[in-house]
Design a protein around this ligand. Structure first.
Ligand SMILES: [Zn+2]
Length: 144
């Protein structure tokens, strides 16, 4: 279960980050998931609540918020930046959809909408990031 393994890693990172920030009680953990990341958001959110250490008061009652990060491609030929929403015409909707599930296919299907080049960088939309932790007792902005 890919989502459970990721959730476990995220929770461990959140605990570490909260301790480093001096947070006594975490209220929310915001996780950003790239559009190209092969993750079922619902399952991932569920997994996050399942891997919580039950006896750790630090994370008791914490909410997990999963945000999706849109993918951004940048053409290496003409410099144009585009996302999956710009791919409507070119490779076909089914293939653009497949890119969501199999990021390795991006270079096979995606073409720059400006010049048609298949040579591009992926600037955003990959990976899983611990975006921020909200809580009490730390030095974070807004804490008492
Ligand atoms: Zn281009």
């Amino acid at each position: 279960m890919h989502e459970f393994a990721l959730a476990d890693a995220v929770v461990k990172a959140a605990v570490r980050a909260a301790r480093e920030a001096g947070i006594d009680r975490v209220e929310a953990v915001v996780v950003r998931v790239g559009e190209l990341q092969q993750i079922a958001t619902d399952l991932f959110e569920f997994s996050l609540t399942q891997v919580l250490p039950p006896s750790d008061p630090l994370l008791e009652g914490a909410r997990f918020v999963v945000e999706r990060e849109a993918v951004v491609f940048r053409c290496r030929v003409c410099g144009r930046e585009f996302g999956t929403g710009d791919l409507g015409e070119a490779p076909g909707a089914d293939e653009a959809e497949a890119v969501h599930f199999i990021p390795e296919l991006a270079h096979a299907f995606v073409r720059c909408p400006g010049c048609g080049s298949p040579d591009f960088d992926i600037l955003a939309g990959r990976g899983v990031t611990l975006e921020r932790i909200e809580g009490r007792g730390g030095d974070l902005p807004g804490s008492p």
